[in-house]
Design a protein around this ligand. Structure first.
Ligand code: ATP
Length: 356
């Protein structure tokens, strides 16, 4: 896929560059990390959302837009003039949409081609399967349901409407009664275990894979339903939703770490075969990414999704995590790690290796 190629500045001095991102999601740590590494930091905020970026002093500059539809050539020209490198995060992709991200002319951190592999359910599955990860089984039709499945409606905000069914009859009963018009859904084996989100960083500069941290999500109302008796849940007709309210840090059993490293290595290696150059190791997945997993009581790790960029689960670790404390002698958030890699790329004249 041919994406517009930015014109790269010749300077090898970090202070001639800026790091910019949309003010939301994980922007606080991205901007703070940028400043810590000597960059000019720019928050692009929708009018009325500037307060945290002003209050915490992480943005050297705030650019305000009325709406994300106003992200236009003029704004990009401003960014290009400032030698700004744009860092994508989850909300960035959601607000901008894949097509606009692909067409961006400003310097963009990461591989744009990976968006296609991550956003299409069947391509994502091919990628993860090829990487040897254990995935929940996917059923082709409700008639195949022979054990509990999670029914995921496409575009369900915060997992609202996801439900569990353990037989074809139960599926049809709930679906026909509550979601008669929604027919775009996936049926995934329901894995009984604990959710665990593994945050990685792969540097195309050092060629090293790092585990930055782990989190679990604090979801409303899934994380509070257990506070009332099952019979009260039924009486009150409470429907489970998975709206993310915050993130909780986790340290995993040390004996699981080796497996998590192998999983991360394989996902990176296969991504280079899919949309990079496996000989030179260029392209493919790099920078921060997350494997969204469920770990069972037999300590089997099932991965149900990959996020090919910084996830908000890294936000508790602005001062670093127990894992980055082992590796670095200074606080190393994922945001700062991004800035550090960009800085190394600039200083070594390898900027094109980290831009998509
Ligand atoms: P995202 O923003 O990451 O796309 P989402 O709101 O679309 O999230 P998922 O992350 O797919 O939803 O899942 C929501 C919740 O359902 C999570 O808490 C996850 O732990 C749980 N879940 C998802 N798939 C499975 C599965 N196969 N087995 C058990 N639980 C699952």
């Amino acid at each position: 896929m041919n994406n517009p190629q930015p014109i790269l500045p010749a300077s090898t001095n970090t202070s001639d560059y800026a790091i910019a991102t949309i003010g939301s999601h994980s922007a606080l740590q991205i901007l703070k990390g940028a400043k810590d590494e000597g960059f000019h930091s720019i928050a692009i905020c929708k009018k009325g959302t500037e307060r945290p970026y002003e209050s915490y002093g992480v943005a050297d500059e705030i650019i305000t837009v009325d709406d994300w539809d106003n992200w236009d050539d003029l704004l990009e020209e401003q960014l290009i003039k400032k030698n700004a490198i744009v860092i994508p995060h989850g909300s960035f992709i959601a607000y901008m949409g894949h097509e606009r991200v692909r067409k961006m002319k400003a310097m963009y951190y990461g591989t744009k081609d990976i968006l296609r592999w991550e956003s299409d359910r069947s391509l994502e599955r091919q990628w993860l399967e090829k990487s040897g990860l254990k995935l929940p089984r996917v059923l082709n039709s409700p008639e195949e349901i022979d054990k509990p499945v999670i029914v995921k409606f496409h575009g369900a905000q915060g997992g609202f409407g996801y439900f569990i069914a353990k037989s074809p009859e139960q599926f049809h009963e709930v679906k026909d009664r509550k979601y008669p018009d929604q027919n775009d859904f996936a049926l995934q084996e329901y894995i009984v275990g604990v959710p665990l989100y593994a945050h990685y960083f792969y540097s195309p500069i050092t060629k090293e894979l790092e585990i930055m941290s782990f989190d679990k999500r604090y979801e409303s109302n899934a994380d509070s339903i257990g506070r009332i008796k099952a019979e009260d849940q039924l009486a009150a007709k409470i429907h489970t939703s998975y709206t993310i309210v915050g993130n909780i840090p986790i340290v995993v059993r040390e004996s699981l770490l080796n497996q998590f490293f192998t999983m991360g290595d394989n996902v990176v290696k296969v991504s280079q075969e899919l949309c990079g150059d496996s000989e030179t190791g260029k392209g493919g997945l790099f920078g921060p990414f997350c494997l969204e997993c469920i770990v069972t009581r037999k300590l089997e790790i099932y991965c149900f999704e990959i996020s090919a960029r910084i996830v908000a689960g890294t936000n508790p670790f602005i001062e670093g995590s127990p894992y980055t404390a082992l590796k670095y002698s200074e606080p190393m958030s994922t945001g700062r790690r991004i800035a550090r890699d960009i800085k190394m790329a600039i200083e070594q004249g390898k900027l094109e290796d980290i831009l998509g």
